[in-house]
Design a protein around this ligand. Structure first.
Ligand SMILES: [Zn+2]
Ligand SMILES: [Zn+2]
Length: 119
């Protein structure tokens, strides 16, 4: 088999198999995907992220620009230090989608221009 092709899980046939180990640049796969492995080991499956486990609740408005959301989907949680595992309260900020985009622009080292629209 082509070593670049990741085989599918033998149980669900839907997800790629989990990595077992690598040796001499060759990847060896387990027979099951991560999810089926977890099911087999009687572990919890499903989307509980580190963030959800931290119990952090988004505020009703953006902490950067003060935008008041009509729906919580308009607000995101921003990790101040960029580390998605750091869920200390001081590392989490509620920001609106606009500010979220601005923050990723700034991380690239780009500045937002000061041009004023003249239409
Ligand atoms: Zn599977
Ligand atoms: Zn904002």
């Amino acid at each position: 088999m082509d070593k670049n092709v990741r085989p599918l899980c033998t149980k669900c046939n839907a997800r790629p198999r989990a990595v077992a180990y690598k040796r001499a640049n060759k990847i060896y796969w387990r027979s099951l995907c991560d999810r089926c492995n977890r099911v087999k080991a009687n572990k919890k499956v499903g989307g509980v992220t580190v963030l959800e486990r931290s119990g952090y609740k988004k505020l009703k408005k953006c902490e950067l620009c003060g935008f008041k959301a009509q729906h919580k989907a308009q607000l995101d949680v921003l990790f101040v230090d960029g580390n998605l595992r750091n869920v200390a309260n001081s590392n989490l900020k509620t920001v609106c989608a606009n500010c979220q985009r601005l923050s990723s622009v700034r991380r690239l080292g780009w500045r937002v221009g000061d041009l004023i629209a003249d239409d």
